[in-house]
Design a protein around this ligand. Sequence first.
Ligand SMILES: NC(=O)c1ccc[n+]([C@@H]2O[C@H](COP(=O)([O-])OP(=O)(O)OC[C@H]3O[C@@H](n4cnc5c(N)ncnc54)[C@H](O)[C@@H]3O)[C@@H](O)[C@H]2O)c1
Length: 270
Amino acid sequence: MTGRLEGYGAIVTGGGKGIGRAVVDRFVAEGARVGVLVRSEDDASALLAQHGDAVLPVLGDVRRWEDNKRLVDETVAAFERLDVLVPNAGVYDFSDRFETLAGEELEARFHELFSVNVQGYLLAVRASLEPLRESKGSVIFTLSSSSFYAGGGGVLYVSSKHALVGTVKQLAFELAPEIRVNAVAPGGTRTSLGGLNGAGDNRSLADIPGFDAMVSKTVPLGFLSEPEDHASLYVTLASRNESRFVTAEIIRSDGGLMVRGGGRKRKETA
Ligand SMILES: NC(=O)c1ccc[n+]([C@@H]2O[C@H](COP(=O)([O-])OP(=O)(O)OC[C@H]3O[C@@H](n4cnc5c(N)ncnc54)[C@H](O)[C@@H]3O)[C@@H](O)[C@H]2O)c1
């Protein structure tokens, strides 16, 4: 099925790579045109090379109000409408244990992580309110299995993703009936999710030794997902035809973590 978002205008933050990029690719395939907040010229060029004028890459930082405003203004100017916003840009804390962080370090890391993972989402929604109201559009957050469970990150990442559950609920409540607010919560996904560069952390999820095997062993479905595995759920939530009665919903795309059964091993397949 294609054309499920024919004529839609969309925005994805952090859409130059990983899950965000898979959502951009899928939205374009379904007929949408997409404004994409990216951090590098390389990501912008790669998007333009693949999608031409179906995308509008905008360089910026989700932590800054002006960048979010410019992203929305330029997208609406180019595509004349905004039907769906996907706040998605995020950073990770690589499961650093709480007791290993010195007090001063904790203060700086908290501000950096929360200003990307939580404030970045709020600023994007705030900047999009007017055009989303006009189109009776929707917001779709990228959450995480760390929105529900401990152990998939450190306390900063896990608390930031839990905070976004409350954000989905409160915004869904306040912005109804014009704007629907939902989320997709991926589990372990093969990406290069990065750390707090302001704190000098240049690690990447892709460099964690054994990440693939660890996720595969933990989730009932038994594999590490790819960014593309989550993308059609965003399409379903974005589509007015498919989800017009759905708001405040969080769809888990995590291989069945909820039924992990207290760590019991799943049965081996032949
Ligand atoms: N990879 C996983 O296992 C996993 C699991 C669950 C949820 N997530 C979430 O998925 C989302 C996307 O992450 P990903 O795994 O695709 O990693 P990724 O690194 O490929 O994507 C994150 C994107 O956010 C951008 N970004 C980071 N800081 C930014 C800033 N200050 N301003 C603008 N852009 C910024 C990066 O440039 C990158 O394009 C994140 O919210 C992450 O928490 C990832």
